[in-house]
Design a protein around this ligand. Structure first.
Ligand SMILES: O=C(CO)[C@@H](O)[C@H](O)COP(=O)(O)O
Length: 194
């Protein structure tokens, strides 16, 4: 599987397991990328799996046993994501953890709320992870929109979370199209270089 061929776009909505359950019933087959900005992420794996979660992304800072947690997520047939907050270096994600995970998430704002300013200083972490893991899904989340997607895409991010940029837009579909096309163009450029 080549990351060059993968590009997800994830509209960001804050919700818990009961709402996920309703969404999964109402939209059968929907891929629900669940970013768990919680302490003790081990506690919620079963609830999210039962509610129809597709990917369970936990914060590396919130667990001392990331490999066991990834196993528990996989046992419930979900993909596993590993997130790092702005002050955590990319090197905190060991090769072993990255190999076990399905996706790595570089937060480009501090976890907590939407509408924060994009932190440019997090972008080099995307490049570092892309260099180490050419085939891994790498997500960015926080302050991503038409003005900030370029550096994320060029750094090698192929999974984009956007909240304010979409839900605050007059024409959300145009923003979505722009985010997607920026990632696709960057991927095509990177493929030409390799
Ligand atoms: O929840 C978080 C950060 O706490 C992020 O997922 C943001 O909510 C993304 O929203 P925007 O920054 O795109 O508005």
């Amino acid at each position: 599987m080549s990351w060059m061929g993968i590009s997800h776009f994830v509209p960001n909505i804050t919700m818990g397991a009961p709402i996920l359950s309703c969404v999964s019933k109402g939209v059968p087959g929907i891929f629900m990328d669940c970013h768990m900005m919680v302490a003790h992420p081990e506690r919620w794996v079963n609830d999210i799996a039962d509610a129809g979660g597709s990917l369970y992304c936990f914060h590396l800072e919130a667990t001392s046993e990331p490999l066991l947690l990834i196993d528990a997520i996989h046992e419930r047939n979900m993909k596993a994501g590993v997130a790092i907050s702005p002050d955590t270096p990319s090197t905190a994600i060991t090769d072993e953890v990255a190999d076990a995970a399905d996706m790595l998430l570089v937060m480009t704002v501090y976890p907590g709320r939407g509408g924060q300013r994009f932190l440019d200083r997090c972008v080099p972490k995307v490049s570092e992870l892309r260099a180490r893991f050419p085939h891994k899904d790498i997500e960015v989340d926080g302050g991503v929109g038409p003005k900030t997607i370029g550096p994320c895409a060029d750094a090698g991010s192929n999974v984009i979370v956007a909240g304010t940029a979409i839900f605050g837009a007059e024409k959300p579909e145009e923003v979505i199209a722009l985010l997607k096309s920026t990632v696709e163009t960057a991927q095509a450029k990177a493929a030409g270089r390799s």
